[in-house]
Design a protein around this ligand. Structure first.
Ligand code: ADP
Length: 492
């Protein structure tokens, strides 16, 4: 109803304007003494012009009013609605039918033009929205006709490429040149592979803008296949993911720093026991040196015994140096390396570092190591950190329990494909109702815990292509296990 009111008003205004124009024309034509035919032509012209703006109904009403004026003022007898002459009747009838037909046609053509304009306008607007949405989403779209090689791209994509869409056209050359030289080969391989299999493809790569700025982008493309199964076109989008990549890099750096901090924290706790560990070979070296001096003293020095004592001094010194080297390595902050790692050796080294800590809490450590299985490829220091975290957690879990305090470390080969390591304790057991949270970052039940040990350990194991999980122990305690794949291929 509310929509009808403006329409009615418009209709009334059109009729009023038409009426006024008709009255004016009637007055002028009558004063000038125009004949019926001439006046009819003047009316016809005015009604057609008015129908360009008004509706057909208002034009039809005006036509009827014009007929009335013609017959009253211009057809004999004048000042009467009667029309006597058959010639005049024909004229009036022709006028009526011509005005109706012409105004009908004009109105229809005008409506069609209006509809075309509106749909063009809607198209232009939706295109503008699309461009704006692409610009806001830092992305652009492209299409390539595969038979002609012709490319098209949205203005937003050319903006993303650092190009002016009004000046530069998208070409295959531009798309190739903009790819970072180091990524070009793999992008070309991925595109060729996608085209050969007529499949969707998507990958991340870098682009280099005209001023040398490097952006990370994510490209996806979809093939258009015709009825006969031929590849016709590829359409795709390219999205700027530079900020996401930077955030990922920052996160990775933060995790690496945290991992380092966590190692330092653990080592801080271990300083006392390590001092004891290093002290042992040094004390032994001093005793052996004393013995050596003893064998050398006197008139007949026992050179054989003195040599043995000197050898033992060398061994003690080497042991002390090894402990110090391992500690230095553990504190070292560096990028992960890929080397052949003997897991049993890592377990043994870690136990040497932690034995006195275990002894402090009357914990016995037992090992079942399946000697001789293939080595894994990975970062020695990181894997040592995982084993150290698991053993430290086992020690923490048993510190305050009554009864046997036993920590068992096992290694074995599973399915001939992976190395499995488990650390079992007879401690307090996984926290009730929260067992599934122990691997979450910052989850801790300890007063001075960081809640990072297991989360970092899991990410280290996963980065080595393995898995780390936990299970409760019967009758008490917990077992933490990890599996690492054995690498068949030699390291590059
Ligand atoms: P933190 O040792 O600093 O608490 P972790 O990520 O190493 O951080 O461990 C998270 C939590 O998992 C611990 O606080 C503890 O509740 C639980 N947890 C880890 N190892 C064991 C274990 N061997 N026995 C029982 N609970 C454990």
């Amino acid at each position: 109803m509310s929509n009808d009111i403006p329409l009615l008003r418009r209709f009334a205004a059109q009729c009023l304007l038409g009426g006024i124009i008709l009255a004016l024309l009637t007055f002028v034509c009558f004063r000038l003494g125009f004949k019926l035919g001439t006046t009819g032509f003047v009316y016809l012209t005015a009604i057609v012009l008015l129908s360009l703006r008004g509706s057909f109904v208002s034009s039809a009403i005006l036509s009827l009013a014009a007929i009335a004026c013609l017959s009253y003022f211009f057809a004999t007898p004048i000042f009467s609605f009667k029309v006597n002459l058959s010639q005049n009747i024909v004229l009036v009838t022709a006028f009526l039918s011509t005005t109706l037909i012409v105004t009908r046609l004009v109105t229809r053509v005008r409506r069609q033009a209006e509809a075309a304009f509106q749909s063009n306008d809607a198209l232009r607007r939706s295109e503008a929205y699309l461009h704006e949405a692409q610009r806001l989403g830092r992305m652009g779209s492209w299409a390539q006709n595969l038979s002609s090689g012709a490319m098209s791209a949205s203005p937003a994509l050319l903006h993303l490429f650092g190009r002016d869409p009004d000046k530069e056209k998208p070409t295959e050359k531009l798309f190739r040149e903009i790819i970072h030289p180091e990524d070009r080969l793999f992008v070309e391989q991925a595109v060729t592979q996608g085209r050969n299999s007529k499949a969707d493809f998507g990958f991340d790569h870098r682009i280099v803008l005209p001023h040398g700025t490097i952006k990370h982008v994510h490209s996806v493309a979809h093939p258009v296949i015709d009825g006969s199964g031929d590849l016709v076109e590829y359409i795709g989008t390219i999205m700027d993911v530079t900020e996401r990549k930077q955030a990922e890099e920052t996160l990775r750096q933060a995790q690496a720093d945290l991992a380092h901090a966590s190692r330092v924290t653990i080592m801080g706790e271990l300083t006392a026991s390590l001092a004891h560990e290093v002290n042992q070979p040094i004390a032994a070296a001093v005793i052996n040196a004393g013995a050596c001096l003893g064998w050398l003293a006197g008139d007949t020095p026992n050179l054989e015994e003195a040599r043995d004592a000197a050898n033992r001094i060398v061994n003690d010194g080497t042991r002390a140096a090894e402990i110090v080297t391992r500690i230095r390595l553990f504190f070292k902050k560096g990028t992960p390396t890929r080397e052949l790692v003997d897991i049993d050796e890592v377990i043994r080294q870690t136990i040497v570092l932690l034995r006195s800590e275990a002894t402090r809490y009357s914990i016995s450590i037992r090992t079942w190591l399946a000697a001789g299985f293939p080595q894994v490829v990975g970062d020695h220091v990181q894997l040592q950190q995982v084993i150290m975290n698991l053993i430290m957690n086992g020690i923490d879990a048993m510190k305050d329990v009554d009864g046997a305090r036993e920590l068992s470390v096992r290694s074995r080969l599973a399915d001939g494909e992976q190395v499995m390591v488990s650390v079992s304790d007879t401690g307090v057991g996984l926290p009730p109702q929260q067992a599934d949270q122990v691997f979450n970052a910052f989850f801790t039940t300890k007063t001075h815990g960081t809640g990072m040990g297991l989360s970092i350990s899991r990410s280290i194991v996963e980065a080595h292509g393995g898995r780390l999980w936990a299970a409760p122990n019967a009758p008490r305690g917990a077992t933490f296990q990890f599996a690492l794949p054995i690498e068949d291929e030699p390291i590059a």
